[in-house]
Ligand binder design. Structure first.
Ligand SMILES: [Zn+2]
Length: 207
């Protein structure tokens, strides 16, 4: 029924989080029938985004590509940050939520994914080599595990605690207060600040 290019656009849009096939179709029709100028601007913005905004090559946060071609985020570029303190999060959104709570004076590492035995995601799929490299480069002393309080988040925290405590690091886990199964992103700033201040030590042994 629809031109190939339009079908393709609908397929691409339907992959966006929270967008189903119907909404994707509505968006696509909007571009075609209401505002081709808007569609051009959006296309350009997306194209430029790919060239100028990348994942931070050190921590995985969002970063603007510098004139030297390096992608380092504002946190990694900030010399006032304590490089000895590293906060490990699952997603960039969690990093942003913690930054908003202004309770973190160290730097971050974004895992990008969590252990999920049920979905077949094992330790080999986590960026542990990159993490250990950062820990060594920055001579990190303390690690705060701020993975979400879900089953996968806890399993990941346990694995990381074992690995990092084995390297002689002080490891702690953010305190409860963030609802179980909840996303850090949706916790309010005060709760998140308290969860970080009230972190518990993890010795890395399975309890
Ligand atoms: Zn960074």
């Amino acid at each position: 029924m629809l031109p190939d290019r339009l079908e393709r656009l609908i397929e691409l849009l339907s992959r966006l989080p929270g967008v189903g096939e119907k909404t994707a179709q509505r968006f696509a029709m909007f571009f075609v029938t209401e505002s081709q100028e808007y569609a051009r601007e959006l296309g350009l913005a997306l194209q430029e985004l790919g060239a100028t905004v990348k994942r931070c090559q050190r921590c995985g946060n969002i970063a603007q590509v510098g004139e030297d071609g390096r992608a380092l985020c504002p946190v990694c570029l900030d010399p006032r940050r304590d490089g000895k303190l590293l906060c490990i999060v699952a997603r960039v959104q969690d990093l942003l939520a913690i930054e908003k709570s202004a309770s973190m004076r160290g730097r971050y590492f974004v895992l990008g994914r969590l252990l999920s035995p049920l979905d077949g995601v094992g330790p080999d799929e986590l960026p542990l080599e990159d993490l250990f490299r950062i820990v060594a480069e920055d001579a990190v002393k303390e690690v705060i595990l701020a993975t979400p309080p879900s089953v996968d988040g806890e399993a990941t925290a346990l694995l990381l605690a074992r690995e990092l405590a084995g390297k002689g690091l002080q490891v702690s886990r953010i305190a409860s207060g963030v609802p179980h199964g909840g996303d850090l992103e949706f916790a309010d700033q005060i709760t998140l600040g308290r969860a970080i201040d009230g972190r518990r030590s993890m010795d890395g042994k399975r309890s």
